[in-house]
Write a protein that binds this ligand. Structure first.
Ligand code: SF4
Ligand code: SF4
Length: 192
């Protein structure tokens, strides 16, 4: 709830040789994240902040926030743009990327972490619970049971049953991350 950004700065003082990353949602960014980012810029603290922007307050029931362009009474208002807000805080190393494009997302974080100073990555994609894709994903005979999808996607929908990798359809949101990770091209579906 915003404490991660300032805690990361404290940890950086104690362990300057370690890169510390802080994660924050878009709603909390507006509530409590901005002062911590300004503090990191002002003190040139070598941390990376990842802002998870799904354009809603998903944790508490999808309420609007200043980045959504809607008020609590659901009237339309001027959006406050997170990218420009972070830039206005003085962050020089700043990038925005779709976290469901796995390769680009990894490259963006790798570059931000390598930067010697405060950096910010904005992961922007709609909340999958609100924009659920019809799931047509399945695992085919090319699967080598290497379990890379389980290790790297960290998705609760993927598991093993009797040594076979399976996708539990009721838990799958159709994000396609596992298909991007699979080295064997073993995860496919009509929409891929
Ligand atoms: S990454 Fe692909 S090949 Fe490896 S276990 Fe998962 S589905 Fe099978
Ligand atoms: S498509 Fe996304 S939600 Fe579905 S199993 Fe793969 S990683 Fe999980």
């Amino acid at each position: 709830m915003g404490a991660g950004i300032t805690i990361a700065q404290g940890l950086q003082r104690v362990e300057p040789e370690v890169k510390h990353l802080a994660f924050i949602g878009d709603s909390t960014f507006f509530h409590t994240g901005i002062p911590g980012i300004i503090n990191a810029v002002y003190n040139n603290t070598d941390i990376t902040v990842i802002i998870l922007d799904n354009s809603t307050t998903a944790m508490t029931g999808n309420q609007p926030h200043p980045g959504t362009g809607k008020t609590m009474m659901r009237s339309v208002s001027e959006k406050v743009d997170i990218y420009h807000m972070v830039k206005a805080c003085g962050v020089k190393n700043l990038t925005k990327v779709n976290p469901l494009k796995q390769k680009e997302a990894v490259e963006a974080v790798t570059e931000a972490v390598a930067y010697p100073g405060p950096s910010v990555v904005i992961f922007e994609a709609p909340c999958i619970a609100l924009q659920r894709q019809p799931n047509k994903l399945s695992i085919n005979e090319k699967c080598t049971s290497c379990k890379k999808c389980i290790r790297e996607a960290g998705c609760p929908a993927i598991s093993t049953i009797d040594g076979k990798i399976v996708i539990e359809r009721s838990l799958c949101y159709g994000c396609t991350l596992c298909a991007q990770i699979c080295p064997a091209g073993a995860i496919g579906g009509a929409e891929l």
